[in-house]
Design a protein around this ligand. Structure first.
Ligand code: ADP
Length: 406
């Protein structure tokens, strides 16, 4: 079975074509600057055949999708002989509100609901819908599946997902913690779940913290295999320090910058989403590689950004260990979590009292999936690479034919 995974943004569209027999990537690519009125292009890569860049006018997502399909079936450089080889299409959708706790086959009711919860993800949901509509228009007979970033977190109990605001904001307007990166947290926690189960710890007793440290950062407390709490909230800005997002702050700061500094609501929102985090503190970059490099050169504000980033992460680990009444494993994943031994080690420093101890050599030499804990006792510290596209493809195959396709 072959699955096409689509991640449509407002002006971009990323895709991967995956053969579920061996979970190998047949092709991948990116359409950029859709509707920008110039400079649009499709970069596509077919495994074994190399990369091609096609520059063209790409006014909308339908044209973008049509270009992707043409590239996939190109006689010389394509990955397929015919589009009918694609058994299903899996779409990444940011926000499923409180409606979707699982992936679903897309029909009119589903697109209407994604539209209805668009106010919760105003930047992403309309773009995701454009991708869905384009794919449905061009391939009306292939089943299309929506995989939501929020779905995994729908198991959070009420006392965890309701904010301490007037209750009517929750009951009438759906203002609550939703959480994001659900596909990634589900993927790495199910791998960790298997590792712990193989060591004799039954799933019902497992308490895992999954730490997704990428450009966006979120941690999830996974209790008995289910999301129990997560750091992102109504929107992805809550929680940990990120590349450009601030994470937790005193909410009164938002009214302060508006009333005292004259920011508009939009400027205040841009500040917490686009001008804060590693970039805001360091003034240098949102990219952890730059922050580490600058810190090594003695740049004080980069050092401060790194200190705040790791301190906040440590605080969340302590909070989630308490929330779950204990801890069996921490999982590091995504760009920083998978590739920065320095950040992993700095986050875990001082957590020995909880039974968390990192082996410096294992940490330094970790490539791919590793257990970097010192000794065999105590809490497992695992590095598990995430793969959101593969996770979406597996979900899609499962929804369409009730199996992983493997
Ligand atoms: P996204 O959330 O955009 O998918 P990624 O998961 O790719 O992001 O993570 C991007 C982050 O990972 C960036 O901050 C980048 O600097 C960081 N990163 C990638 N490789 C390394 C590395 N070798 N050392 C430190 N940070 C890294």
């Amino acid at each position: 079975m072959i699955v096409l995974v689509v991640n449509a943004g407002s002006s971009s569209l990323k895709y991967q074509l995956i053969n579920m027999e061996d979970e190998g990537v047949l092709a991948r690519g990116l359409v950029e600057r859709i509707g920008a009125g110039g400079g649009s292009s499709l970069t596509s890569e077919v495994t074994g055949k190399g990369k091609t860049v096609l520059k063209a006018a790409i006014p909308d997502h339908r044209v973008a999708m049509q270009m992707v399909f043409s590239a996939l079936t190109d006689k010389e450089n394509g990955a397929l002989t015919d589009l009918s080889q694609i058994s299903a299409i899996g779409h990444r959708v940011l926000h499923g509100g409180s409606v979707f706790s699982d992936s679903v086959v897309i029909d009119k009711r589903v697109t209407d609901t994604i539209q209805a919860v668009s106010h919760l993800g105003p930047l992403h949901n309309p773009a995701n819908l454009m991708g869905i509509e384009a794919a449905m228009h061009l391939m009306p007979n292939a089943p299309q599946v929506a995989v939501f970033d929020t779905a995994f977190h729908q198991t959070m109990p009420k006392h965890v997902h309701v904010y301490a605001l007037p209750y009517s904001l929750y009951s009438e307007y759906g203002i609550r913690r939703y959480g994001f990166h659900g596909t990634s947290h589900k993927y790495v926690s199910s791998r960790a779940k298997k590792i712990l189960a193989a060591e004799g710890l039954p799933v019902e007793k497992q308490r895992i913290i999954t730490c997704h440290l990428g450009n966006g950062v979120s941690f999830t407390a996974v209790k008995a295999g289910k999301s129990f709490d997560t750091s992102m909230g109504l929107t992805p800005v809550e929680g940990l320090v990120m590349g450009t997002r601030c994470g937790d702050i005193d909410p009164a700061i938002m009214s302060y910058v508006q009333s005292k500094l004259g920011y508009t609501a939009k400027q205040a929102d841009d500040m917490i989403n686009k001008r804060s985090g590693l970039l805001g503190i360091s003034g240098v970059s949102n990219d952890m590689r730059d922050i580490e490099k600058k810190t090594a050169e003695g740049h004080e504000l980069s050092q401060l950004a790194l200190d705040i980033f790791c301190y906040r992460a440590r605080k969340y680990i302590g909070a989630y260990a308490a929330a779950m009444e204990g801890l069996d494993a921490i999982v590091f994943t995504a760009g920083i979590g998978e590739h920065s031994p320095a950040v992993r080690s700095k986050i875990c420093q001082g957590l020995e009292f909880l039974g968390i101890k990192v082996d410096p050599e294992k940490n330094q030499n970790c490539r791919g999936e590793c257990n970097i804990s010192a000794g065999t006792e105590g809490i497992r510290v695992l590095v598990i690479p995430t793969n959101e596209e593969l996770a979406i493809a597996r979900e899609t195959a499962q929804v369409v034919c009730g199996e992983t396709g493997k």
